[in-house]
Design a protein around this ligand. Sequence first.
Ligand code: NAD
Length: 380
Amino acid sequence: MKKLRIGLIGYGFMGRAHSNAYRKVGNFFDLDYECVLQAACARDPEKVQAFARTWGYQSVETDWRKLIARDDIDAVDICVPNNLHAEIAIAAARAGKMILCEKPLSMNAAEGRRMVAAVEKAGVPNMVWYNYRRVPAVTLAKHLIDEGRLGKIFHYRAKFLQDWTISADLPQGGTGLWRLDVKAAGSGVTGDLLAHCIDTALWLNGGIEKVNAMTETFIKQRKHTLTGKVEKVGIDDACATLARFKNGSLATFESTRYARGHKALYTLEINGEHASIFWDLHDLHRLQYFDHRDQGIVRGWRSIHVSDGDHPYMKHWWVPGLQIGYEHSFIHQVADFLQGVASGKPASPTFRDALETQCVCDAILKSAKTLKWEKVAAVK
Ligand SMILES: NC(=O)c1ccc[n+]([C@@H]2O[C@H](COP(=O)([O-])OP(=O)(O)OC[C@H]3O[C@@H](n4cnc5c(N)ncnc54)[C@H](O)[C@@H]3O)[C@@H](O)[C@H]2O)c1
């Protein structure tokens, strides 16, 4: 069994989700590679030591440059705020490391292009953690669409709603609140939440030709945690987008952190000529499916419990009828990445795939300023 020695940077939410995936993947998937938790890196020496003890990392670093310079690291996993993705990824590619980078790929498409050029020049395996592709019900949706069951697609409708930034007293910036600081996040809900919807949409329904969007920043000023001063808020708090896909279908996308009562409501619905599908993150193991070709007296929405051995990924888990959850999407992503490294057929989304999402996000943010339809730039 070959070893893949991981160097993880950032021990927050995603640092934990990924560490859990590396630890479990070999127990459930038959792979050529074994993940070795070689080193964890974060700035606070005591906290990173404690993290390494909890998750079983063999060593720690407090400077990501030192981690990348180490000969005993094969793959670098980037789990830090968005403004650090490009610098770390480009340095890691130059050092010949494989790279697993959190989403969004970058702060904007221009930065993303430099990242794609770096990994492609170095020829290193690379992937971006758009993990919702690997929720079995979403993967099943992809299979149904690719089989042609929906027929011609007319509509794509997705939203990602949260409610955690409504208070005007919430500061911006620093650990935990970097998502509200445009310098660390690049954008607000567009890059943070809508990017997930866009990635899934591009995967399920192909490229997006043009967009027309509006964004709003409801709270214009917030105290900055690092400077202590009240500063302008540069992120978008909410985003509503109309889009036209290259296949002629029409889309609406919405993301906000101001939908009181919603914590992480990611839903998507696709309406085709023959059939429709609907998926909801809060009920992630189910896919709702309506097929007009069913016999009239039994025609209706079916709620498919995606837990059978012939459903995507499910044969690796328990017995039919027993569901899995959010964390498993990361385990599936690691399994696919390792299979891609072993076979030479890279798992998606690669940096190049994720750049397409970045181009859509850029067009959305541009349209919100120009108040016009904006074409999505080509990746090439
Ligand atoms: N795939 C998903 O569903 C998903 C979910 C959440 C976050 N994310 C992405 O993951 C990334 C991290 O988000 P998070 O929620 O884990 O954030 P977090 O705030 O929980 O953790 C960020 C970590 O980065 C560390 N960090 C910051 N600057 C650093 C530096 N210079 N060197 C080393 N470590 C540093 C922080 O100490 C912290 O441990 C972001 O890009 C975010 O968009 C993706």
